[in-house]
Design a protein around this ligand. Sequence first.
Ligand code: NAP
Length: 342
Amino acid sequence: MKALRLEATGKLALREVERPDPGVGELLVRVEACGICGTDRHLFLGEFPSKPPVTLGHEFCGIIERVGDGVSGFREGMRVTGDPNIACGQCPECQRGRVNLCHNLQATGIHRDGGFAEYVCIPQQKAFELPLALPPLHGAFCEPLACCIHGVDLAEIRTGSSVVVLGGGVIGLLVVQLARLAGATKVVLVTRSEEKRRVAERLGATANADPSVGDIVSRLTAHDGLLPGGADVVIECAGVAETIEQAPGLARRGGTVVILGVMPQGVKVAIEPFDLLFREIKLVSSFINPFTHRRAAELIASGTIQVEPLISRRIGFKEGVEAISNPARKGEIRALVVPGID
Ligand code: NAP
């Protein structure tokens, strides 16, 4: 079968490899689509630890081709989405229920072969059924959505809250929708691309702002701005120093800042502890998807969260190598690798 293999840092290739056999308790899934995430680019550049040689791809969905011994509740022909993160269940964090902080966390598409391939094997505990009537590519959004659900849970948005979302990529555009679902009545998306701001409006943002024009913090929080005094909640979804530094200033006194964006390891940003303390800003970070994948599957399956406007390109494996090895194209939200496309 075809697979996109990370062979070493900076070396990604389309290879012909053996189709895997499902082990005990595993499902062999014929991949229908796998999204290219910023993390895949970080893995390619060696900015995120992995275990090459490995097939990348952690945002996948597909049809069960074969079930391994001991599998129950799944059968051939079912459509599933896979949660890539596999916790050990034994370490102190797992035993505290903090599975996303597992000391021995393994991920499909990072440490074990993933979804940029014709087939992928996943443990049945990590598979969640999706309806066959769903457009096949939509299931590939369950993984990023599951991460956003965790972030929005931590934000504790209340009915009538105001929210600023920084960064209009897939994560920001999913968070905009989740914030509205959680009851926020003002959701302001801040992103540079005009195209992404338009998409955000279609998805429920009540307003948007271009951060490249003037000082975004004073512009939004001024007494005649969109959010006088700041927002109840600010969710950082860009993963750049500038937005992380802006986030506390956009929160009201007593407000909450959630960091979802990933900065390269070792990079430091300027945050003023006095300001956090004096205005009692709650600063929390949100890492991956503890127990949220089933909810993500439910939201996608029911069409409650819209993902069609987030699909920028459907590409084959060959183009996938180029897409992962380079920064995302301007204005692109999500490119998906679809086996069968040349
Ligand atoms: P993405 O496509 O790169 O989106 C980030 C967006 O931020 C870009 O599209 C860019 O859009 C915008 N941006 C960049 N600089 C900005 C600035 N100065 N002000 C405002 N917006 C700015 O990435 P993504 O897939 O949506 O992911 C977003 C972040 O979440 C990444 O860091 C990713 O690694 C992280 N992530 C975290 C988790 C987790 O568990 N915490 C899970 C998945 C992903 P414009 O060009 O329009 O500005």
